[in-house]
Design a protein around this ligand. Structure first.
Ligand code: HMG
Ligand code: MG
Length: 302
């Protein structure tokens, strides 16, 4: 049984741009977000309140939130108490915290081992829940770590469980370096649906090895109906060696549309956002769907 409706969480403005070498003007980011909003996303990651020394591309986080908040669910990432304090001075109501399953990844991404990071984040989650924030926990290296290799499924479940016990509303569980197979995606997400019945479960696939759509299909069969995607297939974590783009929003929306599964997303509007951001990027957008779309646009209509 496949779902009739799928929720797409657009992560292009955050995951998509954070690893981009060129510093993109804030105004272009805001226009990108506004065009994406007109495509119909009700949930989006806008930016990150991380250290600008670590991720200079995200240093304009408060300007982005000042211009882009609306009645839809707009996530911002925060890595620590300092990031949370910055978020508290905005009108943001949905926060994403993040932690990997592997020690080596957490050391590179957050300058802390897994236990130290969880000791900082879990009390923060409880605090934020008591203040009424919507909290998602992004779980990196849920399948593979670029430094430690294959992760033990039980370790992934344990990290997820700690966040669920702290009260998060959502788990976004990630294949950070795009190595998971459909069988692995099915095994982990089937288990997550059994373990965490009252938590929203979202799958976050990077498409490094071209397996993301197959993994999404496996997740649909496992009962998952929420996916993080990035317009143009942009993205990658700067601290995960070899991580490349997220699965492209346009490919996922196209596949689901063709399968008769509604998303509420207008593909033409997504492509306008991709067209807008491309000139600011250090590399061209090469998702297969985009070249197809460009060719189709060249075909005379009569
Ligand atoms: P640190 O160097 O240990 O932190 O980094 P610190 O507390 O020693 O502070 C160092 C400096 O940064 C200080 O400034 C702080 O004030 C400042 P100084 O005194 O030297 O002038 N600082 C901050 N400034 C603004 N906002 C803050 C903040 N925190 C410290 N929040 C830290 C630790 C966590 C800060 C750093 O490691 C960091 O920012 N990491 C973020 C890494 C990141 O953004 N990664 C990408 C997001 S996760 C991801 O992409 C994966 C995901 O997509 C899922 C998947 O695909 O796997 C979600
Ligand atoms: Mg990611």
């Amino acid at each position: 049984m496949l779902p009739e409706h799928v929720t797409i969480i657009e992560v292009g403005p955050r995951d998509g741009l954070q690893n981009e070498a060129n510093l993109i003007p804030t105004e272009a980011k805001i226009n990108f977000i506004q065009l994406l909003k007109s495509a119909g996303f009700n949930e989006m990651e806008l930016t990150s309140f991380v250290s600008p020394k670590w991720v200079p591309q995200m240093k304009d986080a408060s300007e982005i939130t000042d211009s882009c908040l609306d009645e839809t669910r707009n996530f911002v990432l925060a890595p620590n108490r300092k990031g949370i304090e910055r978020v508290r001075s905005t009108d943001v109501s949905a926060i994403a915290v993040f932690a990997g399953v592997s020690n080596s990844f957490n050391q590179k991404n957050s300058n802390k081992k897994t236990d130290e990071l969880l000791n900082e984040l879990l009390p923060l989650v409880k605090e934020l829940k008591s203040e009424g924030y919507f909290i998602r926990a992004c779980i990196s290296t849920a399948f593979y770590c670029p430094y430690e290799g294959k992760m033990d499924l039980e370790d992934t479940i344990l990290v997820c469980k700690k966040f669920v016990e702290a009260g998060v509303d959502e788990l976004s569980v990630a294949d950070t370096i795009g190595m998971a197979t459909p069988e692995e995606a099915s095994a982990l997400f089937s288990r997550l649906t059994k373990e965490f019945k009252s938590t929203l479960l979202t799958a976050h696939f990077h498409d490094t090895r071209g397996m993301a759509l197959a993994n999404i299909y496996a997740c649909l069969q496992a009962g998952i109906s929420r996916f993080d995607t990035s317009a143009g297939g942009l993205g990658g974590c700067p601290f995960a060696k070899g991580a490349t783009g997220n699965v492209a929003t346009e490919s996922v929306v196209y596949m689901l549309d063709r399968m008769g599964i509604s998303t509420g997303i207008n593909l033409d509007e997504v492509m306008k956002a991709v067209d807008l951001i491309e000139p600011y990027l250090s590399r061209g957008i090469t998702t297969p769907f985009r070249s197809l779309y460009l060719k189709e646009k060249e075909v005379p209509s009569n």
